[in-house]
Design a protein around this ligand. Structure first.
Ligand code: F6R
Length: 614
C-alpha cells in the first residue's frame, strides 16, 4: 500500500514530487525517495523513515533542477524499512529508475534467473526485481514502453509500476495490475499517481486506468495501451474532492475507508503464500520443520482486537493441527508463572508490532525456551524482529485508531498459519488444505458483498442513536466476533456494549436484558446444525425478554427469520471463516452510529493507535 507518483512538465520536478508524496504519506511512511532525470543521467535521493527525513536530505544535498521524475512513499512488505530498500530502485546499468506498489509474487524465480545472467541486486525487495527486469528488457527492446509491457507480462501478483529512462527524457511510463493508478491531466504537464490526492493541487482532470494497462505520459500527451501494446480505453473523470477528502479516498473518515479497503487488504494478505512446489510458506522463518513437529502446546498472545483474532485462531489451529492451543491476553501472561518450555510454540498477533504488553509476553516466552511466530502488519517493527518467524498481513497502514482491516487480515493470517502448521505436521491432507485455501481466496469477494449492503446497516445505526446499552452474542468463532463487535461500539460510540458467549447468557447476563436492549446475534452457518440450533434457542430466549434482535445469519437461513427484528444477511462461508464476513456489518454499524453521535471516529477519546506502555 505504498504511494507512488510520476511527473512530466515545466515545473521543478522535485518539489512537485515531494508535494504529491506529502498527500500520500497516509499510504506508507517507512521510507521515501525520488528520482529525476538531469542531462541524460538519473539522480536519486531516498531515506528510511518519514518524508521529513527525505526533505532534510534534499535540503542538505539538493538535486539539480529537472522536469521529469518519480517518487515513492513506502509501506514495507518485502525487506525491512531501510535506506537501501527504499524506492526508487535502479537497474544495474543505471538507466532505469522505478517505483513499485504491490507484491510481485514470482520475485524469487525472476531474481534467480536475473542473477544467473549476472545482474547484481542491492536490496531485498521484490520491487528491485521489477527494476532490474525492466532494465534487461529495455536493453533488449530499446523502447521504454515496450520494455515495460514485456516486464508486466512476466510479473505475477499485484503491482503498480512507474519508471523513467535516463536516455528518454520527458517520458514517464506506468502500469497497473490489481493496484491503483490514476493519471492527472494538466495543462502542458501530466501526472501518474496511486491516488488523486497526489496531484489535486495541480489538476482535477483524472483518468482511472483499467486492469493490465500501461500509460506513457509526456508534458502534452497521454497514451494508454494494454500489456500487449494494443490501444486501450480508460475512464476520464473530474475530481470534486478537496485535498483532505482525497486522502481519505472520498470517505469522511480513514476508518470508513479502511473498512471498505478490506477486500483488497485480504487479497494482498493472501498473495504470494505458495512456493514453486505449491507448499504454503511464511514470510520469514527461523524455525525448522523438525522443531515445529516437536511442539506439544500452542499459546496465542495478543491484546485487544488482535486478542479476538487469536480466539478465532485457537478454534482453527486446534481443529486443523490437533495441538492444544490456548489464547491469552499478553498483559496477563507473564505475571501468572505460565507453563512454557522448549516444546511450546507462541503465536503473537499485533497490527503495530510495538504493543508493549505483547512484546514483554514474547520476550518472557522466549526466555523460557519457547519459539515465537509473529503475525504483524508492520514490517521491521520490534515484535517481528524479536520473533522466530513472521507472517505479515498486507493491510497497509491503518490510520483509524480502531482496528478494522487490521483485524480481518489478522484472521486471514491466522488461517494461513494454522494451515501451514497442519502442512508441516501432516495433520491435514494436501487436498484438505487446498479446499480451505480456495475458500480463503473467495473472501475478498464475499466481504465486498457485505460492503455492498452498507446502506441498510447505516439506516439501522441511525435509528439507534438514542440507545445506550448493547449486547452482542455468538458461539464458537461467533463469540470472538461478538466481542469484537462490542469493542468497536465501545471505542467509537462511547456506549456500553458487551459481548457474551451465547451459551453463557442464562448463567447471569440475561438479567441485564429488557425491552430497551438491542441484542446483536452472530448465527453460525446453517450447515452446523447443532451449533446453529443452539444459537436460535438463545435468540428466542432474549426475544422472550422483550429484547430487539439484530441477527447476522447466512442469507437464505429461513430458520432465524421469525426471531429477528432486523436481519443482516451474510454470504455463505464455512463456520471457521465466518468471523471475516460477520465482523464487517458490526464495523459499519459502529462507524455510522459514532458519526451520527458527532464523535471523532478516527481518533476516539482516550485511545492511542499503538500502546507502547505496559
Ligand atoms: C481496537 C484496537 C486495539 C488493538 C490493541 C493491540 O480497535 O485497535 O485493541 O488491537 O491495542 O494492538 P496491536 O495489534 O498493534 O498490538
Amino acid at each position: 500500500m505504498c504511494g507512488i507518483i510520476g511527473y512530466s512538465g515545466p515545473q521543478e520536478a522535485v518539489s512537485v514530487l515531494l508535494d504529491g508524496l506529502a498527500h500520500m504519506e497516509y499510504r506508507g511512511y517507512d521510507s521515501a525517495g525520488v528520482a529525476v532525470e538531469v542531462d541524460g543521467v538519473l539522480r536519486v535521493a531516498k531515506k528510511a523513515g518519514k518524508l521529513a527525513n527525505l526533505r532534510a536530505e534534499l535540503e542538505a544535498r539538493p538535486l539539480p533542477p529537472s522536469h521529469v521524475g518519480i517518487g515513492h512513499t513506502r509501506w514495507a512488505t518485502h525487506g525491512g524499512p531501510t535506506d537501501l530498500n527504499a524506492h526508487p530502485h535502479m537497474s544495474s546499468d543505471g538507466r532505469i529508475a522505478l517505483v513499485h506498489n504491490g507484491i510481485v509474487e514470482n520475485h524469487a524465480a525472476i531474481r534467480a534467473a536475473l542473477e544467473e545472467r549476472g545482474v547484481e541486486f542491492t536490496s531485498q525487495t521484490d520491487s528491485e526485481v521489477a527494476a532490474q527486469l525492466l532494465g534487461v528488457e529495455l536493453a533488449a527492446r530499446g523502447d521504454l514502453a515496450e520494455a515495460l509491457r514485456a516486464c508486466c507480462r512476466a510479473l505475477q501478483g499485484a503491482f503498480t509500476l512507474v519508471a523513467i529512462d535516463a536516455q528518454d527524457p520527458g517520458r514517464v511510463v506506468a502500469a497497473r495490475r490489481s493496484s491503483p493508478l490514476v493519471v492527472g491531466v494538466g495543462d502542458g504537464e501530466n501526472f501518474v499517481a496511486s491516488d488523486v490526492a497526489a496531484f489535486i493541487n495541480h489538476t482535477r482532470d483524472a483518468i482511472e486506468l483499467g486492469q493490465d494497462q500501461v500509460v506513457v505520459i509526456t508534458p502534452d500527451s497521454v497514451e494508454i495501451t494494454d500489456f500487449d501494446g494494443a490501444p486501450a480505453q480508460a475512464r476520464p473523470y473530474r475530481v470534486e474532492w478537496d485535498a483532505s477528502t482525497a486522502e481519505k479516498g472520498g470517505y469522511d473518515w480513514f476508518m470508513r475507508k479502511e473498512i471498505f479497503e478490506q477486500p483488497r487488504a485480504i487479497a494482498d494478505t493472501l498473495l504470494g503464500r505458495h512456493d514453486e512446489r505449491g507448499q504454503l510458506t511464511l514470510d520469514e522463518v527461523r524455525i525448522g520443520p523438525e522443531e515445529l513437529r516437536r511442539v506439544d502446546k500452542i499459546v496465542v498472545l495478543a491484546c485487544g482486537t488482535a486478542f479476538y483474532a487469536g480466539m478465532v485462531a485457537k478454534y482453527a489451529i486446534e481443529h486443523w493441527t490437533r495441538v492444544p492451543c490456548e489464547v491469552e491476553l499478553a498483559s496477563e501472561f507473564r505475571y501468572r508463572d505460565p507453563i512454557v518450555d522448549g516444546r511450546t510454540l507462541c503465536i503473537t498477533i499485533s497490527q503495530s508490532g510495538e504493543t508493549m504488553d505483547t512484546l514483554m509476553a514474547i520476550r518472557y516466552a522466549r526466555e523460557q525456551g519457547a519459539k515465537v511466530i509473529a503475525i504483524c502488519n508492520t514490517n521491521g517493527s520490534t515484535i517481528p524482529r524479536e520473533s522466530d518467524a513472521v507472517i505479515y498481513t498486507h493491510a497497509g497502514p491503518e490510520i483509524g485508531v480502531a482496528s478494522t482491516k487490521g483485524f480481518t487480515t489478522q484472521l486471514v493470517a491466522c488461517y494461513l498459519l494454522g494451515l501451514f502448521l497442519a502442512q508441516v505436521r501432516g495433520t491435514l491432507y494436501g487436498d484438505e488444505i487446498q479446499r480451505v485455501t480456495d475458500e480463503l481466496a473467495m473472501l475478498p469477494e464475499l466481504v465486498q458483498q457485505v460492503l455492498d449492503g452498507a446502506d441498510d446497516i447505516y439506516a439501522l445505526a441511525r435509528g439507534m442513536v438514542h440507545i445506550e446499552d448493547f449486547v452482542f452474542l455468538g458461539r464458537h468463532v461467533g463469540y470472538p466476533a461478538a466481542l469484537e463487535g462490542a469493542l468497536k461500539l465501545k471505542e467509537l460510540a462511547y456506549l456500553h456494549a458487551e459481548g457474551f458467549a451465547a451459551g453463557e447468557l442464562k448463567h447471569g447476563p440475561i438479567a441485564i436484558i429488557d425491552a430497551r436492549t438491542p441484542v446483536f446475534v452472530v448465527v453460525p452457518p446453517a450447515g452446523r446444525e447443532q451449533l446453529h440450533n443452539k444459537v436460535v434457542s438463545n435468540l428466542q430466549e432474549v426475544r422472550a425478554r422483550g429484547a430487539k434482535t439484530i441477527v447476522l445469519a447466512e442469507r437464505g437461513d429461513t430458520g432465524v427469520r421469525p426471531h429477528a427484528d432486523a436481519l443482516i444477511g451474510l454470504p455463505r462461508v464455512s463456520t471457521l471463516l465466518q468471523p471475516v464476513v460477520a465482523i464487517v456489518p458490526l464495523q459499519l454499524f459502529a462507524c455510522e452510529l459514532a458519526t451520527a453521535l458527532g464523535n471523532d471516529v478516527d481518533q476516539p477519546r482516550n485511545l492511542a493507535k499503538s500502546v507502547t506502555v505496559e
